[in-house]
Design a binder for this molecule. Structure first.
Ligand SMILES: Cc1ncc(COP(=O)(O)O)c(C=O)c1O
Length: 668
């Protein structure tokens, strides 16, 4: 049974409340919006608000080179490309890669480190061809490389690196005979490729194929470190992790290589403690452990020259700069400095040359560069006016008059102005619960339940308005803290959480969300977000809180205006979301648009990759569109014959059906 909220979890929106309370609508400025939505914190300088209230993208953090996201969306709309759209900024990928390069260069210079560094892009983070090609083209000159985590990914990587003998390629993941043979052949082709041994069996295959093809491969070994990350990806590391060799297995593997005269081929030690490592201390411990393993392997005669610290470099999705799951308590500079220093310290104390460092920092490379823009299709609102004439007319139609809980709710609503808000809420919640119990037991009519709802929502709004006024920006009473969420609007948006924001659904990942226009207006509503899927999980009700380690259950939004589309942006969605998304309810891939800065200080649309059509998604689940058309056509003939449909109607239906098959899977 639904019950009224009396006690809530403590979920604050303190900073937002104080920003909203400090400005009248007429005083609201774009800077207030930037502060309210935490743009400067999670945006890392890539986003700003223009004087006209539009959201600006600064792909290279240069305030003089900006892309107006709202204008991009409007321009696309004029070209018939409608939201939802993923907008990808190539210049942002380039900037991010250069930032990573610069952070490691600075750390190496500070530590007189001579081993060198390469960032290796694991293509599983976003395998879209355009993204991989951009990273290859931008990363190549920076000395960066690519990682494949499976056989299909290796085939893609080999095709991507044509005539690029120096680009480092790392092969992770479980390997069968074919995968290993392909890696050996790639070595023969001239690629700088390092297959990483995750299981003893893979080493046997490597030795077999290396001998058969007369190749001395570069071999990597993945270890199971005792150090492990924390949070969601904790199980990626540690002794019981799915991947890698135990230390005892590593010793056996080295012995096998020695027996086959190939110990000098063992060049690289690899591990991965988990993705989105929030606390720098987890890296510090893990890197030290790895570095000491590396020096031991060198001492035992392996031909070591590279240490691969895996992925995990996190992204501050909520802007709180904390060790909370959607954030990180360190900067890129601190990460690079720690990694370089710890490897150098271990190697120097063991008298081993500085190795080349690889990091597989996929998320950190691409998360920022994509924004998902969606349109709001409508909203649900819980009114502060119960419409008393309507309530009284419903009561008048009841044969036995109003039941007691309804009278209590009327009493609460009408006396609201004079009552203490907390007491008022207790009374209203009690009466509403009683009304719901009576309904469930069959003693309350549907019209009376409707009256109870109207009165309860309206009283709740009064409670909240008065309590917020009294608290003056301070905490709400604990019992009232659930009301902002309970009474918030629901904004229905044209997208699928399962297709475009899967981590929001699957692992409660928080993504920053912000309107992309009207940011010079004070937002007057608070809302949760619902998608188009017919699944109650298809919603977003956890939003970034910049000032503390928690999420908030509602986001500040503008009221919808008649005749004007309202757009929301979901930011930092470039890593994992596009490729993990699924076809729930047959909502397919969205349109993807590549936008870049031009030479005249403006921007241009480089490419539009149209999203799936209905016909395409149906074919993914084995429907043949011609079969479907034929069966609907046969039914129209039957209907014409029966006289329930005219020939003209049948033609219209078929035209509509065929058009629908070729259309976008989202609402157009
Ligand atoms: C082996 C390996 N390397 C790299 C990564 C990329 O991690 P991230 O995107 O957190 O940097 C992963 C992802 O889990 C991984 O499993």
């Amino acid at each position: 049974m639904t019950t009224a909220p009396v006690q809530g979890v403590r979920r604050e929106t303190k900073r937002e409340d104080s920003i909203l309370a400090s400005r009248a609508p007429t005083e609201w400025s774009p800077a207030d919006s930037a502060s309210l939505y935490g743009l400067d914190e999670w945006g890392q300088g890539y986003f700003a608000v223009g004087a006209d209230g539009n959201l600006l993208v600064q792909p290279d953090k240069d305030g003089g080179r900006r892309i107006d996201l709202h204008k991009v969306i409007q321009g696309l709309d004029e070209r018939g490309i409608t939201t939802p759209i993923i907008v990808r900024f190539k210049d942002m990928v380039a900037h991010r890669l250069r930032e990573i390069r610069a952070a490691f260069d600075a750390a190496m210079a500070d530590n007189a480190y001579t081993g060198g560094y390469s960032c290796i892009y694991p293509i599983k983070v976003n395998q879209q061809r355009h993204v991989c090609e951009e990273i290859r083209d931008i990363g190549g000159p920076l000395g960066f490389g690519l990682e494949a985590g499976s056989k299909p990914e290796l085939l893609a990587v080999l095709g991507l690196t044509e005539n690029m003998p120096d680009m480092p390629i790392v092969c992770n993941g479980f390997k069968d005979d074919e995968y290993v043979e392909m890696a050996i052949l790639a070595h023969k082709l001239g690629r700088t490729i390092t297959p990483v041994v995750e299981r003893y069996r893979e080493l046997e295959l490597l030795i077999k194929h290396a001998k058969a093809y007369g190749v001395r491969p570069r071999i990597g070994m993945r270890c199971k470190p005792s150090a492990r990350g924390a949070g969601r990806w904790e199980s990626s590391g540690g002794m019981r992790s799915k991947f890698g060799l135990q230390v005892s297995g590593m010793i056996d593997a080295m012995e096998l290589l020695r027996q086959n005269g190939m110990l000098d081929c063992l060049k690289m030690l690899h591990f991965h403690v988990g993705s989105q490592i929030c606390d720098i201390r987890q890296f510090k411990n893990a890197v030290s452990e790895l570095a000491n393993m590396y020096t031991e392997m060198a001492r035992l005669g392996a031909g070591m020259d590279t240490i691969d610290i895996g992925g995990g470099l996190g992204v501050d999705y909520d802007g709180s700069q904390s060790a909370w799951a959607s954030s990180v308590n360190y900067t890129l500079r601190e990460y690079a400095a720690d990694v370089v220093y710890r490897i150098k310290a271990a190697c120097e104390s063991a008298g081993v040359a500085h190795p080349r460092i690889f990091s597989e920092s996929g998320r950190a490379m691409v998360a920022y560069s994509s924004v998902l823009v969606v349109d709001v299709l409508g909203r649900n609102r819980y009114s502060s006016d119960p419409d008393m004439p309507k309530v009284r007319s419903l009561i008048a139609a009841e044969p036995d008059g109003a039941p007691q809980p309804i009278l209590d709710l009327i009493d609460a609503y009408e006396g609201a102005a004079k009552r203490d808000p907390v007491e008022l809420h207790h009374d209203a919640a009690q009466a509403y619960d009683e009304a719901l119990s009576l309904f469930t037991l069959g003693y309350l009519s549907l019209p009376m339940r409707a009256a109870a709802e109207r009165l309860f929502w309206a009283t709740g709004r009064q409670v909240l308005a008065r309590a917020q006024g009294q608290a003056g920006g301070d905490d709400l009473h604990e019992d009232l803290q659930v009301l902002p969420e309970f009474l918030s609007d629901i904004y229905f948006c044209n997208f699928s959480v399962f297709q475009s924001l899967p981590d929001s659904w699957a692992i409660d990942q928080i993504f920053p969300i912000c309107p992309i226009h009207r940011l010079n207006e004070k937002p007057t509503r608070r809302a949760t977000i619902a998608d188009m899927s017919c699944d109650s999980d298809g919603k977003v009700d956890r939003f970034a809180c910049v000032d503390h380690r928690d999420f908030k259950p509602v986001i500040e939004v503008h009221d919808l205006l008649e005749g004007q589309t309202y757009y929301l942006g979901f930011f930092l969605v470039g890593a994992y979301q596009e490729v993990l998304g699924d076809l729930h309810n047959l909502f397919g891939d969205t349109h993807v648009v590549h936008v870049s800065l031009d030479d005249e200080g403006g921007w241009e649309i480089d490419e539009i990759v149209e999203g799936d059509t209905v016909r395409e998604v149906l074919s993914y689940v084995e429907f043949d569109h011609e079969d479907l058309e034929r069966s609907v056509r046969r039914d129209t003939e039957r209907a014409v014959k029966k006289g329930t449909m005219s020939v003209g109607d049948a033609r219209s239906l078929m035209r509509f059906y065929e058009g629908g098959l070729e259309g976008y899977t989202y609402l157009e």
